[in-house]
Design a protein around this ligand. Structure first.
Ligand SMILES: Nc1ncnc2c1ncn2[C@@H]1O[C@H](COP(=O)(O)OP(=O)(O)OP(=O)(O)O)[C@@H](O)[C@H]1O
Ligand SMILES: [Mg+2]
Length: 341
C-alpha cells in the first residue's frame, strides 16, 4: 500500500472529503457509505480532546454498514483503519458467537485497542472498534432464547453503552467514547423492509421532495432490524445506517482496473518482474464482469476468473524468456504471446 498518501492524509486536514478521497483510491463506488463513514470518523476526531465551554456534550453516533456480500464493507473499514491516527481494532462477530468465552474475547479486544494506543488509556478510550458480520448474531424465530448470537449482542451492548470494562491486568477502560462501526450483509433484510415500506408511511405530491422522501422511505428502520433478529437495544445503539449497493457490471470492471492494488495492477506487476508486459483489452474485463455478476457474490469472484484466465500464461512464462508481451483480447480466446524478434 501507499503509505505516503496515508501519512499525508493523517495531517490536520483529515476532513470528510479527504477521508472519502483516500477511500476512493481503494474502494470503487459506494459513495453514500463513504460519506457516512467519513463524516462519522471526522466528527469522532473533533470530539476528542475538545473542551466545550457551552457545556453541550456531542454524543457519538455508532454506524451500521449494510450491503450485499462482496460489495466492499470489510474492505472499506480496513482501508479506513490505515489512515486514522486513532487506535482501531477489528472483531468478527461470527467468531465471537462461536466462542464459549465471549466476555473474555471482548476483554481481549479492548486489550488490543489499548496496545494499539501504545498503552495510553485515554487514547484507547477514544479509539474505534469495527465489528464485522454482526448479522450473524441474529436470533431466529423458533430458536430458544439466549442463543449464542444473542448472548454476544448483550455482551457487546455493555461496551457500546459505555460501561467501564476491566482488563486482565487490572486496568479499566471506559468505553463511553469509543466509536463502534458494525457491518453485515443482512441477507433477507430487503424483503422485511419491502413489506414494512409497502404501507408508504410518508407521501407527497411535489416531485422535488419525492426524491428526498424516497430516500427516507428506503431507510432501514430499527424495526426492520428487530424483525431480522437483532435485539432492540443492540439495533438501537447503531443509529446511523449506511447502505452499500450491489455492484453493477460497470463497477466490477472498474474494480479490476482502477484501485491502487487492483487485480490488473497486481498481475501486471507479477509479469513485469519476469520482464513481460501484460495488456488486457476492455472486452475481456467486461466478459469477466458478466460472469462474476452471475455468481452474485459481488466482486469476490473476480479474482478467481481472472486467475484462471492467466494460469496457462503464468505456467509458461518462466520457461520462455523470449516472450516480452502477453495480450488478452477476450476471455474466450487464448492469450497472444508476443516474442522478441
Ligand atoms: N467497492 C469495491 N471496490 C473495490 N474492490 C471491491 C469492492 N467491493 C468488493 N471488492 C473486492 O472484493 C473483495 C471482497 O469485498 P469485502 O470483503 O469488502 O466484501 P464484504 O462487503 O465485506 O462482504 P461480506 O458481507 O461477504 O463480508 C475485496 O477484497 C475486494 O477485493
Ligand atoms: Mg466482510
Amino acid at each position: 500500500m501507499d503509505d505516503s498518501k496515508g501519512q499525508q492524509a493523517q495531517g490536520k486536514k483529515l476532513t470528510p472529503s479527504a477521508i472519502a478521497k483516500y477511500l476512493d483510491q481503494y474502494v470503487v463506488g459506494q459513495d453514500e457509505a463513504k460519506k457516512v463513514l467519513a463524516v462519522a470518523v471526522y466528527s469522532h476526531y473533533r470530539r476528542i480532546g475538545k473542551q466545550r465551554n457551552s457545556g453541550i456534550e456531542i454524543a457519538k453516533s455508532n454506524i451500521l454498514l449494510i450491503g450485499p456480500t462482496g460489495t466492499g464493507k470489510t474492505l472499506m473499514c480496513e482501508t479506513l483503519s490505515r489512515i486514522l491516527s486513532v487506535p482501531f481494532v477489528t472483531a468478527n462477530a461470527t467468531s465471537l458467537a462461536q466462542s464459549k468465552y465471549v466476555n473474555e474475547e471482548i476483554e481481549a479486544l479492548l486489550q488490543r485497542l489499548l496496545e494499539k494506543a501504545g498503552g495510553d488509556i485515554s487514547k484507547a478510550q477514544h479509539g474505534i472498534v469495527f465489528i464485522d458480520e454482526v448479522d450473524k448474531l441474529k436470533s431466529s424465530e423458533g430458536e430458544q432464547r439466549g442463543t449464542s448470537g444473542e448472548r454476544v449482542q448483550h455482551a457487546l451492548l455493555k461496551i457500546m453503552e459505555g460501561a467501564p470494562a476491566r482488563l486482565a491486568d487490572g486496568k479499566t477502560i471506559d468505553t463511553t467514547n469509543i466509536l463502534f462501526i458494525c457491518a453485515g450483509a443482512f441477507v433477507g433484510l430487503e424483503s422485511i423492509a419491502s413489506v414494512t415500506h409497502a404501507f408508504g408511511f410518508i407521501s407527497v405530491d411535489d416531485a422535488d421532495n419525492q426524491q428526498i422522501l424516497d430516500r427516507l422511505n428506503s431507510r432501514v428502520k430499527p424495526t426492520d432490524l428487530f424483525s431480522f433478529g437483532l435485539i432492540p437495544e443492540f439495533a438501537g445503539r447503531l443509529p446511523v445506517v449506511a447502505n452499500l449497493q450491489n455492484l453493477s457490471k460497470e463497477f466490477l470492471v472498474r474494480i479490476m482496473i482502477e484501485p491502487r492494488n487492483s487485480i490488473y495492477n497486481q498481475f501486471r506487476e507479477m509479469l513485469r518482474e519476469e520482464n513481460v508486459e501484460l495488456e488486457i483489452e476492455r472486452v475481456a474485463f467486461q466478459q469477466i464482469a458478466e460472469m462474476a455478476y452471475e455468481y452474485k457474490v459481488g466482486a469476490r469472484s473476480l479474482r478467481g476468473i481472472f486467475e484462471e484466465m492467466l494460469t496457462p500464461v503464468l505456467f509458461l512464462i518462466p520457461d520462455r524468456p523470449d516472450i516480452r508481451k502477453v495480450l488478452v483480447k477476450s476471455l474466450f480466446e487464448e492469450p497472444i504471446l508476443i516474442a522478441n524478434s
